[in-house]
Design a protein around this ligand. Structure first.
Ligand SMILES: [Zn+2]
Length: 376
């Protein structure tokens, strides 16, 4: 057992000072008691400490993509994003050929974790989407909702982004909701009307993927997907807070409307954690320049955002408290996924991040082990 002392501990509600965290692979105790001399003490020197960040939408990082479908790629992603404070994530697939998708899902299914951020499961982004709102997804591979495609991988799929207005979506959503209610069904890459969006919530859609992006905009006479999502107090959503995908003035507005139903994601692609240059997503060329990743026709193609930068951006453009901010990437996504992670509380995994007031990551613990590149 070890102890972290002298940290400002960000819990769900408050910031604790003068407390110590005792942990092995799990958090054993949070207390003010003096620590016995036999226990190794780590001096946090006044840094903030929170639960490790959870990214429910990330395609790649450091030159690798989930669709590369190799354990080398998954490992490289896991080991690079941990440096941004992310300790677990949903490996996110793209709209590609059936073979490419199933090979990627097979690879995740067989992946043996060694180091870095933990893979919680899969976020299937497409191929069941609306070609009108394909964003950077390749429309030649868009298909009708098809349960057979995902059935062999049903135990690893945690989230599906789907356009509810396409043919067969209602039956697909209702079937999943009845048989696999633990899978988050998320409206996205969609051109659904307000009425259709609301209807889909009654079928089982409970989340919205990168609100505002790859969906119809909010028009005052047809408020569309955005209108239905912001109105609902049951449907959560996430945003890409990179200052590129949506204007930062929306951060405050959205937070006031959605509160605990607003999460932050990166939607990072393979150029995440890398510098500018030419990259690739879903078999298409991407040009990365000044924090923006775009297809050759100018379409935004995922992001190069890091989750700690998303936190900083959101914090700088709102008056949100630190505990509420950190919850957007810890306890709230954990609750959505139904997992006992994402809290600094006794009995939770010792997935911990130490960072400064600029959200620069100092050190990361995963299951109680300090992260060092390439090994635990
Ligand atoms: Zn994406």
């Amino acid at each position: 057992m070890r102890a972290i002392v002298n940290a400002k501990i960000i819990t769900e509600r408050e910031i604790l000072e003068g407390y110590n965290i005792l942990f092995d692979s799990k958090i054993v105790e949070i207390s003010r008691d003096t620590i016995s001399k036999e226990i190794e003490q780590i001096d946090a020197k006044g840094l903030y400490l929170s639960a490790g960040f959870i990214d429910i939408h990330i395609h790649g990082s450091n030159g690798f993509d989930v669709m590369d479908a190799t354990s080398e790629a998954l490992e490289a992603i896991a080991n690079s994003i941990v440096e941004t404070g992310t300790t677990s994530f949903l490996a996110t697939t793209m709209t590609m050929s059936r073979e490419d998708i199933t090979t990627a899902l097979d690879t995740i299914h067989n992946f043996k974790y060694r180091s870095g951020a933990k893979i919680l499961g899969v976020h299937l982004e497409g191929p069941f989407i609306n070609p009108i709102k394909k964003g950077a997804q390749n429309d030649s591979y868009i298909q009708k909702p098809n349960f057979e495609l995902i059935q062999p991988y049903i135990d690893i799929i945690k989230m599906i982004t789907i356009a509810p207005e396409i043919e067969g979506a209602k039956e697909f959503i209702e079937y999943l909701q009845n048989h696999y209610p633990q899978i988050i069904l998320s409206i996205g890459h969609s051109n659904a009307s307000y009425a259709k969006s609301k209807e889909s919530f009654s079928w089982g859609v409970s989340h919205a993927t990168h609100l505002f992006n790859a969906m119809n905009p909010l028009h005052h006479r047809e408020v569309g997907v955005v209108g239905a999502v912001v109105e609902s107090d049951k449907v959560s959503c996430d945003i890409i807070a990179d200052l590129v995908h949506i204007h930062p003035s929306l951060f405050s507005i959205l937070y006031r409307l959605k509160r605990d139903n607003l999460l932050l994601i990166t939607d990072a692609m393979r150029a995440g954690c890398l510098s500018n240059g030419v990259s690739e997503i879903g078999g298409q060329k991407v040009i990365v320049e000044s924090g923006e990743a775009r297809l050759e026709d100018g379409t935004l193609a995922g992001s190069v955002l890091k989750l700690n930068e998303a936190l900083k951006n959101f914090y700088n453009h709102t008056d949100i408290s630190l505990p509420n901010l950190i919850a957007m990437v810890t306890s709230l996504p954990a609750k959505k996924l139904g997992l006992k992670i994402g809290r600094v509380a006794e009995g939770y995994p010792a997935d911990l991040v130490l960072f400064n007031k600029e959200f620069e990551i100092d050190s990361v613990y995963i299951d109680g082990n300090i992260f060092k590149k390439g090994k635990r």
